[in-house]
Design a protein around this ligand. Structure first.
Ligand code: SF4
Length: 381
């Protein structure tokens, strides 16, 4: 697992406030743009004045380098073109990795849901600086970037500021596809949806969860009364305005009993959505605290998963199975199986070493490997 944040082992900072910097080893950049860059020092050999910050993964002994941050070894994956946030305290966040196709930008930790399995538990704090950083980050991301994601918390809690962000993304990165994770409730407001649609982004997908066809069960999973009705209305509004919607169903003990009925509900009422993702559980955040309420071995529900996929695909709905291992699903699911776990948190277990299907298998979340995974993992030979 890559560590996307850490603290400098030592630093000599004159930074007055946090800053975003593009990592570079190039010591001869034009003077006018140097301040946007963090120069990755090769000992002292490539030192040049004028950079916004200086970083290294082994200590550079020469003193008097201002804004110098000696970073922990676990972050030595950072390289040319990656973008980092540096705080005066020495805290470093990796915000964008140029060679990754899984760059997701956290916009807020605030949310109007309190999902049983939330991987990013909500905090009731003013973290609008995350949105400011996201806006600034867009100016640094390369124009040829294929995809970026925005997540929370609930990004649409920013209201018009969220619209501004998507608008700026379209202007600055006109060829970049965008994925937004949202609970969809804000789109129950037709005016908000019409503003979003007016951006006319060529490929912005709203990933919206529905956890059950039973409103009470959905509301229980997200711990918010009335959520189901607003989310469904939000999806209907988005499709009325011809926006792209992906429905996401996380499979666990609270959703498995009605998984097939939920897929039938989608096929009957939301046939026009663009994609449905049936997703395995990530062992992060509240999931660990609520594990007894949530955990079910994927091997135990593999026949239900097959039936759910069959319902959706029979209706012609574009369907994917995410976050599962090949050895615990039925073969009939394979056409819809995707390797989906982000590269920085994707791992395999010992049994996988001798597995002939390892290169096709999505493997595990690092957190699953640490806390809980199927008892039925077995090399395919
Ligand atoms: S043994 Fe490992 S690599 Fe093989 S299918 Fe199972 S989880 Fe995937």
């Amino acid at each position: 697992m890559l560590k996307l944040h850490g603290s400098a082992i030592s630093h000599d900072a004159t930074l007055m406030q946090r800053g975003l910097f593009i990592v570079t080893k190039k010591s001869e950049l034009p003077r006018t743009i140097k301040s946007k860059y963090a120069l990755l020092l090769d000992n002292y050999l490539n030192y040049e004045e004028g950079y916004g910050a200086y970083i290294s993964f082994s200590e550079v002994k020469i003193s008097n380098i201002k804004n110098y941050f000696y970073l922990p070894k676990e972050m030595d994956y950072l390289g040319e073109g990656d973008i980092i946030r540096i705080e005066p305290s020495g805290r470093i966040n990796s915000l964008f990795r140029i060679n990754s196709s899984h760059n997701t930008i956290l916009l807020t930790e605030q949310c109007n849901h309190y999902c049983l399995m939330c991987s990013q538990p909500p905090k009731n704090i003013d973290d609008s600086w995350l949105m400011d950083d996201a806006m600034a980050l867009l100016d640094l991301i390369p124009r040829e970037t294929r995809n970026i994601g925005f997540s929370g918390g609930e990004p649409t809690l920013y209201g018009d500021h969220f619209i501004d962000l998507i608008n700026k993304t379209k202007l600055i990165l006109p060829n970049t596809t965008v994925d937004v994770l949202s609970n969809g409730r804000a789109f129950s407001d037709s005016i908000f949806t019409s503003k979003f649609a007016a951006i006319n982004h060529f490929d912005c997908v709203l990933g919206i969860p529905i956890y059950s066809d039973d409103p009470a069960r959905h509301d229980y999973v997200v711990q918010s009364k009335g959520a189901f009705d607003e989310t469904i209305l939000g999806i209907l509004n988005l499709k009325k305005y011809q926006q792209k919607v992906e429905i996401r169903i996380v499979i666990h003990k609270q959703t498995i009993d009605r998984l097939v009925q939920t897929c039938e509900f989608i096929a009957s009422n939301l046939l026009f959505v663009d994609h449905v993702a049936l997703m395995g559980l990530e062992m992060m955040g509240f999931t660990r605290a609520n594990l007894d309420q949530l955990w079910i071995d994927p091997f135990e529900y593999k026949d239900i998963l097959s039936e759910a996929v069959d319902v959706l695909t029979c209706y012609g709905i574009n369907t994917s199975v995410y976050n599962h291992q090949l050895c615990v699903i039925n073969d009939d699911v394979l056409p819809n199986y995707k390797k989906s776990i982000s590269d920085w948190k994707n791992e395999y277990v010992d049994q996988c070493d001798s597995c002939l299907k390892k290169s096709e298998c999505g493997g595990f979340f690092s957190s699953s490997k640490m806390y809980r995974y199927s008892d039925h993992i077995k090399a395919i030979i």
